[in-house]
Ligand binder design. Structure first.
Ligand code: 0GY
Length: 289
């Protein structure tokens, strides 16, 4: 069962006004289960979080577009994500999770519906392990469509995952800053190795998302700011931001999406950084074709 019965139903109105055309580049839809059942192999069962609720939140927070990431609770059945995209009036694009056996025809159909990437998840609490060679086979297929790959792993896995990232033929997007250990600090060998990876591999984008997952404390998650800030300042053209609504698997509290939106100017203080983070970078990855 889910830890909470729903996402935050009454988010605060953010003080920060996103620039025109801003993209929430990491969010999900869950079901509704009666219409889009969750996958039998799922590791958690969330509450429903519909496309209508997502689009309402988008408008309330001052965003124009969404990138909907297929959540593990829906397995490789992308129907709910596709339904949200095709009913978004062109304002949503997506990232799929697919079977290794998927063929190019199926990928092309998903591309028409708005998919622009596939996600490789390395979190044992979310999915069973998939060998690197299998994911590389999928990456080779999606490369032909110009898609990117989204990779979700946590900081301690960096040494084992680095060769895999090097081998990926596509542009790569890393979820949630790869969950740095805030207690170790930005000067730690671990986080410095992460920044070096980004320096060396110019194909990698990073989502400066998930402060509610990364923080060792409570909202407004100040301990996460130095990490996001370091990444945004050094790689302004390779960062994305998203709410992560509807926030599955939160164990301590349910975040307020208005509070999360108000963290943007703390992560990206200048107007130029905000424009790149919220508009130019996601538009390049998701709406350039
Ligand atoms: C997120 C993070 C989580 C879940 C999923 O696919 C998922 O189920 O991504 C998580 O629990 O860390 O991106 O929402």
């Amino acid at each position: 069962m889910a830890d909470f019965d729903s996402y935050c139903l009454n988010p605060s109105k953010p003080k920060f006004k996103p620039p025109a055309g801003a993209v929430d580049a990491h969010c999900h839809v869950f079901g509704p289960a009666a219409k889009f059942p969750f996958a039998p192999e799922r590791k958690y069962t969330p509450y429903d979080a519909s496309k209508e609720d997502l689009f309402r939140l988008r408008d309330f927070l001052g965003f124009q577009r969404n990138v909907i990431v297929q959540a593990s609770c829906h397995g490789t059945d992308n129907t709910a994500t596709i339904d949200a995209m095709v009913n978004s009036k062109g304002m949503a694009r997506g990232v799929a999770v697919v079977k290794p056996t998927i063929d190019i025809g199926e990928l092309k159909d998903m591309d028409k519906a708005g998919m622009r990437g596939v996600r490789f998840n390395f979190l044992p609490r979310l999915v069973d392990a998939t060998p690197h060679e299998v994911y590389l086979g999928v990456a080779k297929k999606v490369e032909t469509l110009g898609w990117h790959t989204v990779v979700y792993f946590e900081a301690p896995s960096l040494p084992t995952i680095t060769p895999f990232l090097k081998a990926l033929p596509t542009t790569i997007v890393l979820d949630h800053m790869s969950i740095p250990d805030v207690k170790k600090g930005v000067d730690s060998a671990e986080f410095q190795a992460y920044l070096r990876l980004l320096d060396e591999n110019k194909k990698i984008y990073v989502k400066v998302t998930g402060p509610e997952r990364i923080s060792a404390g409570a909202a407004p998650y100040d301990d996460v700011i130095p990490f996001a800030r370091a990444i945004v300042e050094r790689f302004p053209d390779r960062v994305l931001w998203g709410t992560d609504w509807p926030h599955p698997n939160m164990t301590t509290h349910m975040p307020d999406d208005g509070v999360l939106t108000d963290m943007i100017p703390k992560f990206a203080p200048t107007a130029a950084q905000q424009q790149a983070l919220l508009v130019d970078n996601p538009m390049r990855l998701y709406w350039s074709n």
